[in-house]
Design a protein around this ligand. Structure first.
Ligand code: ADP
Ligand code: MG
Length: 334
Protein backbone atom coordinates (compact mmCIF):
# COMPACT_ATOMS: atom_id res chain seq x y z
CA UNK A 1 0.00 0.00 0.00
CA UNK A 2 2.74 2.44 1.01
CA UNK A 3 6.16 2.10 -0.54
CA UNK A 4 9.33 4.06 0.12
CA UNK A 5 11.85 4.09 -2.70
CA UNK A 6 15.38 5.25 -2.01
CA UNK A 7 13.92 7.89 0.27
CA UNK A 8 16.37 10.49 1.58
CA UNK A 9 16.19 13.65 3.62
CA UNK A 10 19.23 15.81 4.12
CA UNK A 11 19.20 18.81 6.43
CA UNK A 12 21.77 21.54 6.39
CA UNK A 13 23.70 21.25 9.65
CA UNK A 14 24.83 24.16 11.78
CA UNK A 15 28.13 25.55 10.50
CA UNK A 16 31.10 24.00 12.18
CA UNK A 17 33.34 26.28 14.22
CA UNK A 18 36.48 24.72 12.80
CA UNK A 19 35.37 24.97 9.16
CA UNK A 20 32.89 27.86 8.98
CA UNK A 21 33.00 27.95 5.18
CA UNK A 22 32.07 24.34 4.66
CA UNK A 23 28.44 23.52 4.35
CA UNK A 24 27.63 20.30 6.14
CA UNK A 25 24.61 18.16 5.61
CA UNK A 26 22.95 15.79 8.00
CA UNK A 27 21.74 12.74 6.16
CA UNK A 28 18.80 12.24 8.51
CA UNK A 29 17.34 9.56 6.21
CA UNK A 30 19.57 8.07 3.56
CA UNK A 31 18.19 5.97 0.68
CA UNK A 32 15.66 4.01 2.67
CA UNK A 33 13.41 1.53 0.85
CA UNK A 34 10.68 -0.70 2.27
CA UNK A 35 6.95 -1.07 1.98
CA UNK A 36 3.95 -1.54 4.24
CA UNK A 37 1.07 -3.81 3.21
CA UNK A 38 -2.59 -3.01 3.98
CA UNK A 39 -3.28 -3.78 7.65
CA UNK A 40 0.36 -4.49 8.39
CA UNK A 41 2.14 -3.11 11.43
CA UNK A 42 5.78 -2.27 10.76
CA UNK A 43 8.04 -1.16 13.60
CA UNK A 44 10.74 1.46 13.05
CA UNK A 45 13.43 1.38 15.72
CA UNK A 46 16.75 3.04 16.38
CA UNK A 47 18.36 5.32 18.91
CA UNK A 48 17.36 8.96 19.19
CA UNK A 49 18.60 10.90 16.16
CA UNK A 50 18.56 7.94 13.80
CA UNK A 51 15.97 9.57 11.51
CA UNK A 52 12.77 7.82 12.57
CA UNK A 53 10.60 10.92 12.95
CA UNK A 54 11.92 12.44 9.73
CA UNK A 55 10.95 9.26 7.90
CA UNK A 56 7.47 9.29 9.45
CA UNK A 57 7.01 12.95 8.47
CA UNK A 58 7.87 12.14 4.87
CA UNK A 59 5.28 9.34 4.83
CA UNK A 60 2.69 11.85 5.98
CA UNK A 61 3.70 14.41 3.37
CA UNK A 62 4.71 16.82 6.15
CA UNK A 63 8.37 16.92 5.11
CA UNK A 64 9.48 16.89 1.49
CA UNK A 65 12.11 14.27 0.63
CA UNK A 66 15.47 15.47 -0.68
CA UNK A 67 15.37 12.57 -3.12
CA UNK A 68 13.53 9.32 -3.65
CA UNK A 69 9.80 8.88 -3.44
CA UNK A 70 6.82 7.69 -1.45
CA UNK A 71 4.22 5.68 -3.37
CA UNK A 72 0.63 5.21 -2.25
CA UNK A 73 -1.10 2.31 -4.03
CA UNK A 74 1.67 2.40 -6.62
CA UNK A 75 1.27 6.10 -7.37
CA UNK A 76 3.93 8.57 -6.44
CA UNK A 77 2.92 11.13 -3.84
CA UNK A 78 3.08 14.67 -5.15
CA UNK A 79 5.26 17.23 -3.38
CA UNK A 80 4.31 19.80 -0.78
CA UNK A 81 0.72 20.65 0.02
CA UNK A 82 -0.52 18.35 -2.72
CA UNK A 83 0.98 15.41 -0.80
CA UNK A 84 -1.01 16.33 2.30
CA UNK A 85 -4.14 16.62 0.16
CA UNK A 86 -3.50 13.25 -1.49
CA UNK A 87 -3.12 11.62 1.92
CA UNK A 88 -6.04 13.36 3.56
CA UNK A 89 -8.45 10.78 4.89
CA UNK A 90 -5.94 7.98 4.20
CA UNK A 91 -3.13 8.69 6.64
CA UNK A 92 -3.17 9.97 10.20
CA UNK A 93 -0.60 10.45 12.94
CA UNK A 94 -0.34 9.91 16.68
CA UNK A 95 2.62 11.64 18.32
CA UNK A 96 4.60 11.12 21.47
CA UNK A 97 3.35 13.96 23.57
CA UNK A 98 -0.44 14.00 23.57
CA UNK A 99 -0.43 17.37 25.31
CA UNK A 100 1.51 19.04 22.51
CA UNK A 101 -0.56 17.33 19.85
CA UNK A 102 -3.95 18.49 21.15
CA UNK A 103 -4.97 22.11 21.06
CA UNK A 104 -5.52 23.20 24.68
CA UNK A 105 -8.35 25.55 23.77
CA UNK A 106 -10.43 23.01 21.89
CA UNK A 107 -12.95 20.76 23.53
CA UNK A 108 -12.74 17.06 22.86
CA UNK A 109 -15.78 17.51 20.62
CA UNK A 110 -13.96 20.02 18.43
CA UNK A 111 -10.79 17.92 18.40
CA UNK A 112 -12.67 14.86 17.21
CA UNK A 113 -15.09 16.42 14.75
CA UNK A 114 -12.78 18.86 12.99
CA UNK A 115 -10.82 16.33 10.86
CA UNK A 116 -14.03 14.56 9.82
CA UNK A 117 -15.86 17.78 9.00
CA UNK A 118 -13.17 18.78 6.55
CA UNK A 119 -13.35 15.47 4.74
CA UNK A 120 -16.92 14.34 4.66
CA UNK A 121 -20.34 15.92 4.68
CA UNK A 122 -22.20 15.18 7.87
CA UNK A 123 -25.05 16.68 9.82
CA UNK A 124 -24.31 17.95 13.30
CA UNK A 125 -25.95 14.85 14.80
CA UNK A 126 -23.91 12.53 12.60
CA UNK A 127 -20.70 14.29 13.61
CA UNK A 128 -21.65 13.98 17.26
CA UNK A 129 -22.37 10.27 16.76
CA UNK A 130 -19.01 9.71 15.08
CA UNK A 131 -17.20 11.53 17.88
CA UNK A 132 -18.99 9.52 20.56
CA UNK A 133 -18.22 6.24 18.79
CA UNK A 134 -14.53 7.14 18.45
CA UNK A 135 -14.38 8.17 22.13
CA UNK A 136 -16.09 5.00 23.32
CA UNK A 137 -13.78 2.93 21.14
CA UNK A 138 -10.80 4.27 23.07
CA UNK A 139 -12.44 3.75 26.46
CA UNK A 140 -13.76 7.27 27.11
CA UNK A 141 -17.35 8.49 27.29
CA UNK A 142 -19.83 10.83 25.65
CA UNK A 143 -19.73 13.03 28.76
CA UNK A 144 -16.05 13.75 27.97
CA UNK A 145 -16.98 15.65 24.78
CA UNK A 146 -17.21 19.01 26.52
CA UNK A 147 -13.99 18.68 28.46
CA UNK A 148 -10.59 20.11 27.55
CA UNK A 149 -7.28 18.23 27.18
CA UNK A 150 -5.87 19.49 30.50
CA UNK A 151 -8.73 17.79 32.34
CA UNK A 152 -7.41 14.36 31.36
CA UNK A 153 -4.44 12.25 32.41
CA UNK A 154 -1.57 11.60 29.99
CA UNK A 155 -2.92 8.17 29.12
CA UNK A 156 -6.42 9.57 28.51
CA UNK A 157 -5.01 12.34 26.34
CA UNK A 158 -3.23 9.78 24.22
CA UNK A 159 -6.56 7.94 23.92
CA UNK A 160 -8.08 11.18 22.62
CA UNK A 161 -5.21 11.45 20.12
CA UNK A 162 -5.97 7.92 18.96
CA UNK A 163 -9.69 8.67 18.73
CA UNK A 164 -8.93 11.67 16.56
CA UNK A 165 -6.68 9.59 14.30
CA UNK A 166 -9.29 6.87 13.79
CA UNK A 167 -12.23 9.28 13.43
CA UNK A 168 -11.59 9.69 9.70
CA UNK A 169 -11.24 5.92 9.22
CA UNK A 170 -7.70 6.09 7.81
CA UNK A 171 -5.94 3.20 6.08
CA UNK A 172 -2.65 4.07 7.61
CA UNK A 173 -1.38 5.63 10.86
CA UNK A 174 2.12 6.81 11.73
CA UNK A 175 2.59 6.27 15.47
CA UNK A 176 5.66 8.27 16.49
CA UNK A 177 6.72 7.11 19.97
CA UNK A 178 3.04 6.89 20.96
CA UNK A 179 3.67 5.56 24.48
CA UNK A 180 7.13 6.92 25.26
CA UNK A 181 5.79 9.81 27.35
CA UNK A 182 3.43 7.60 29.36
CA UNK A 183 3.93 5.81 32.66
CA UNK A 184 5.08 2.23 32.20
CA UNK A 185 1.84 1.01 33.80
CA UNK A 186 -0.20 2.84 31.15
CA UNK A 187 1.98 1.91 28.16
CA UNK A 188 0.69 -1.65 27.85
CA UNK A 189 -2.95 -0.50 27.96
CA UNK A 190 -2.43 1.99 25.16
CA UNK A 191 -0.48 -0.52 23.05
CA UNK A 192 -3.23 -3.11 23.54
CA UNK A 193 -5.82 -0.55 22.49
CA UNK A 194 -3.84 0.25 19.34
CA UNK A 195 -3.56 -3.43 18.49
CA UNK A 196 -7.28 -4.07 19.01
CA UNK A 197 -8.14 -1.15 16.75
CA UNK A 198 -5.81 -2.45 14.08
CA UNK A 199 -7.37 -5.91 14.20
CA UNK A 200 -10.90 -4.52 13.99
CA UNK A 201 -10.33 -1.88 11.35
CA UNK A 202 -7.45 -3.31 9.33
CA UNK A 203 -5.42 -0.10 9.60
CA UNK A 204 -1.71 -0.33 8.73
CA UNK A 205 0.76 1.15 11.23
CA UNK A 206 4.25 2.51 11.09
CA UNK A 207 5.07 2.12 14.78
CA UNK A 208 8.08 4.27 15.66
CA UNK A 209 9.92 3.63 18.91
CA UNK A 210 13.44 3.82 20.29
CA UNK A 211 12.51 0.74 22.32
CA UNK A 212 12.68 -2.57 20.49
CA UNK A 213 10.76 -4.32 23.29
CA UNK A 214 7.74 -2.16 22.54
CA UNK A 215 7.57 -2.78 18.80
CA UNK A 216 8.44 -6.42 19.17
CA UNK A 217 4.98 -7.25 20.47
CA UNK A 218 2.99 -4.92 18.29
CA UNK A 219 4.52 -5.38 14.85
CA UNK A 220 4.99 -8.08 12.24
CA UNK A 221 8.26 -6.68 10.97
CA UNK A 222 10.86 -4.31 12.31
CA UNK A 223 12.96 -1.87 10.32
CA UNK A 224 16.15 -1.02 12.22
CA UNK A 225 17.59 2.42 11.44
CA UNK A 226 21.02 3.71 12.41
CA UNK A 227 22.16 7.23 11.43
CA UNK A 228 19.61 7.34 8.63
CA UNK A 229 20.50 3.95 7.14
CA UNK A 230 18.55 0.70 7.32
CA UNK A 231 20.67 -1.90 9.10
CA UNK A 232 18.11 -4.67 9.08
CA UNK A 233 14.51 -5.51 8.21
CA UNK A 234 13.41 -8.53 10.19
CA UNK A 235 10.12 -10.30 10.96
CA UNK A 236 9.54 -9.94 14.73
CA UNK A 237 8.99 -13.70 14.95
CA UNK A 238 12.62 -14.13 13.84
CA UNK A 239 14.10 -11.74 16.43
CA UNK A 240 15.05 -14.51 18.84
CA UNK A 241 15.81 -17.29 16.41
CA UNK A 242 17.44 -15.84 13.29
CA UNK A 243 20.97 -14.46 13.01
CA UNK A 244 20.80 -10.73 13.63
CA UNK A 245 22.70 -7.60 12.65
CA UNK A 246 25.12 -6.59 15.45
CA UNK A 247 23.20 -3.35 15.97
CA UNK A 248 19.82 -5.08 16.30
CA UNK A 249 21.47 -7.51 18.64
CA UNK A 250 22.77 -4.68 20.78
CA UNK A 251 19.28 -3.16 20.91
CA UNK A 252 17.85 -6.49 22.09
CA UNK A 253 20.57 -6.96 24.66
CA UNK A 254 19.90 -3.47 25.98
CA UNK A 255 16.33 -4.51 26.89
CA UNK A 256 16.32 -4.87 30.67
CA UNK A 257 15.76 -8.36 31.99
CA UNK A 258 13.82 -8.47 35.27
CA UNK A 259 16.37 -10.57 37.12
CA UNK A 260 18.60 -8.80 39.67
CA UNK A 261 21.15 -11.63 39.54
CA UNK A 262 21.89 -10.95 35.91
CA UNK A 263 24.21 -8.31 34.59
CA UNK A 264 22.18 -5.75 32.68
CA UNK A 265 22.57 -5.51 28.94
CA UNK A 266 23.61 -2.49 26.95
CA UNK A 267 27.30 -3.30 27.10
CA UNK A 268 27.45 -3.87 23.36
CA UNK A 269 26.34 -0.35 22.59
CA UNK A 270 29.46 1.28 23.89
CA UNK A 271 29.99 4.95 23.28
CA UNK A 272 27.69 7.62 21.93
CA UNK A 273 26.20 7.81 18.52
CA UNK A 274 28.58 9.57 16.11
CA UNK A 275 27.84 13.10 14.92
CA UNK A 276 25.15 12.70 12.23
CA UNK A 277 26.69 15.58 10.28
CA UNK A 278 29.94 13.67 10.11
CA UNK A 279 29.01 10.00 10.02
CA UNK A 280 31.60 7.21 9.92
CA UNK A 281 32.78 6.03 6.52
CA UNK A 282 31.73 2.66 5.18
CA UNK A 283 29.22 0.97 7.44
CA UNK A 284 27.95 3.71 9.74
CA UNK A 285 27.85 1.31 12.66
CA UNK A 286 31.48 0.20 12.38
CA UNK A 287 32.77 2.53 15.13
CA UNK A 288 30.59 0.75 17.70
CA UNK A 289 30.41 -2.70 16.19
CA UNK A 290 32.11 -5.59 17.99
CA UNK A 291 32.51 -7.45 14.69
CA UNK A 292 33.92 -4.64 12.54
CA UNK A 293 36.75 -5.41 10.13
CA UNK A 294 38.73 -3.12 7.82
CA UNK A 295 36.20 -3.77 5.06
CA UNK A 296 33.49 -2.24 7.24
CA UNK A 297 35.37 1.06 7.38
CA UNK A 298 35.88 1.16 3.64
CA UNK A 299 32.53 0.42 2.07
CA UNK A 300 28.90 0.55 3.15
CA UNK A 301 27.31 -2.91 2.98
CA UNK A 302 24.27 -3.40 0.76
CA UNK A 303 20.95 -4.43 2.29
CA UNK A 304 20.83 -8.09 1.22
CA UNK A 305 18.14 -10.74 1.58
CA UNK A 306 19.14 -13.11 4.35
CA UNK A 307 16.06 -15.27 4.85
CA UNK A 308 12.32 -15.07 4.33
CA UNK A 309 11.45 -11.36 4.54
CA UNK A 310 14.72 -10.80 6.34
CA UNK A 311 17.26 -8.26 5.04
CA UNK A 312 20.61 -7.38 6.56
CA UNK A 313 23.21 -4.73 5.67
CA UNK A 314 26.41 -6.22 7.09
CA UNK A 315 29.69 -7.32 5.56
CA UNK A 316 29.84 -10.16 8.08
CA UNK A 317 26.34 -11.35 7.26
CA UNK A 318 27.29 -15.00 6.93
CA UNK A 319 28.93 -15.12 10.38
CA UNK A 320 26.04 -13.65 12.34
CA UNK A 321 24.30 -15.74 14.99
CA UNK A 322 20.95 -15.57 16.81
CA UNK A 323 20.58 -14.01 20.25
CA UNK A 324 20.46 -17.29 22.12
CA UNK A 325 19.43 -16.20 25.56
CA UNK A 326 16.44 -18.05 27.02
CA UNK A 327 16.09 -15.60 29.92
CA UNK A 328 15.70 -12.75 27.50
CA UNK A 329 13.18 -14.59 25.36
CA UNK A 330 10.91 -15.31 28.32
CA UNK A 331 11.47 -11.88 29.85
CA UNK A 332 10.20 -10.12 26.74
CA UNK A 333 7.30 -12.48 26.02
CA UNK A 334 3.90 -10.76 26.26
P1 ADP B 1 14.68 10.36 15.62
O1 ADP B 1 13.21 10.58 15.47
O2 ADP B 1 15.12 8.98 15.25
O3 ADP B 1 15.19 10.74 16.98
P2 ADP B 1 14.97 12.62 13.81
O4 ADP B 1 14.31 12.22 12.54
O5 ADP B 1 14.21 13.49 14.73
O6 ADP B 1 15.45 11.30 14.58
O7 ADP B 1 16.35 13.33 13.49
C1 ADP B 1 17.32 12.75 12.64
C2 ADP B 1 18.47 13.72 12.44
O8 ADP B 1 18.04 14.81 11.66
C3 ADP B 1 19.03 14.29 13.73
O9 ADP B 1 20.43 14.41 13.59
C4 ADP B 1 18.38 15.64 13.82
O10 ADP B 1 19.20 16.53 14.52
C5 ADP B 1 18.24 16.04 12.35
N1 ADP B 1 17.07 16.89 12.13
C6 ADP B 1 15.78 16.52 12.33
N2 ADP B 1 14.94 17.52 11.99
C7 ADP B 1 15.73 18.55 11.56
C8 ADP B 1 15.46 19.86 11.06
N3 ADP B 1 14.21 20.33 10.92
N4 ADP B 1 16.52 20.62 10.72
C9 ADP B 1 17.79 20.17 10.84
N5 ADP B 1 18.11 18.95 11.29
C10 ADP B 1 17.10 18.13 11.65
MG1 MG C 1 11.76 11.08 16.88
Amino acid sequence: MIELRQLSKHYRAARSVAWPMTRQWVRAVDEVSFSIAPGESVGLVGESGSGKSTLGQMLLGLTAPTSGSVLLDGRQLPQGRAAVAALRGQAQAVFQDPYDALSPRQTVRAILTEPVRHLQRHTRDELEGLAVRALERVGLHARDLDRYPHQFSGGQRQRIGIARAISVRPRFIVLDEPVSALDVSIQAQVINLLMEIRREQGIAYLFISHNLAIVEHSCERVVVLYLGKVMEIVPTAALHVAPLHPYTRALIEAIPVPDPARVQGGSLLAGDMPDPANPPSGCRFHTRCPMALDACRLAAPELTEHGANHWIACHRRTELTPVSDPARVTATAP
